[in-house]
Write a protein that binds this ligand. Structure first.
Ligand code: CTP
Ligand code: MG
Length: 179
């Protein structure tokens, strides 16, 4: 695969993991995942992680993967574009949401209040979550599609994309902070 093809495949494969946290910003609210409980004097996760945001995010990521598969089977995209095993589609979205929650857990343990930035962690938490959960739930698909080249492309491109989309969400008034 050419470098351009590798980049296109990397972004395509990660779309079901990119969308959940952005969808959670729009769909979130209501009961927090930790039900307001504390641990060691601070919230377990905080009010920024809600059931509605999590479930809506997973649904959005999974739904997008189904649409992307349809685009492939309808022949709308080039031959080198892969499809998602449904189990992998679910795992990518679930992992992204869990990775983001894991980061909030770490933020609360390190004294960071809701919305405080955590450089590096904010940009890659959902990538690590998506990789780990998909490698566990759909290992054959994961290791066939996520070659070393694709993983390197994801790790370089994701922080750039993340910074850009969050800045846009902030400017649009959807997010309280630009990270
Ligand atoms: N959100 C949600 N449920 C989630 C993730 C996000 O409802 N599982 C919504 C919340 O309204 C949250 C917003 O999306 O405030 C922005 O998400 P994020 O930046 O991840 O949360 P923060 O509020 O910054 O909280 P934290 O410091 O824990 O990251
Ligand atoms: Mg935040």
């Amino acid at each position: 695969m050419s470098v351009v093809q590798t980049i296109v495949v990397a972004l395509w494969l990660m779309l079901p993991a990119y969308v959940p946290n952005n969808a959670a910003v729009v769909l979130g609210g209501g009961t927090p995942v930790d039900f307001g409980r504390e641990w060691r004097g601070d919230r377990i996760l905080g009010d920024g992680k809600t059931w509605r945001g999590g479930a809506g995010g997973i649904g959005a990521g999974f739904g997008l993967a189904v649409l992307l598969n349809a685009a492939v089977t309808q022949g709308y995209v080039p031959e080198f574009i892969p499809t998602f095993e449904l189990r992998a589609a679910f795992a990518l979205a679930l992992g992204a949401i869990l990775g983001d929650m894991g980061a909030s857990f770490l933020k609360r343990r390190t004294g960071r209040k809701r919305g405080a930035p955590f450089p590096g962690v904010d940009q890659l938490d959902f990538v690590v979550g998506a990789f780990v959960v998909t490698a566990l739930l759909a290992p054959e698909w994961f290791f066939a599609e996520f070659t070393v080249e694709v993983i390197v492309a994801v790790l370089i491109l994701t922080p750039l994309l993340h910074v850009t989309t969050n800045l846009i969400a902030y400017r649009l008034g959807l997010k309280d902070e630009p990270w």
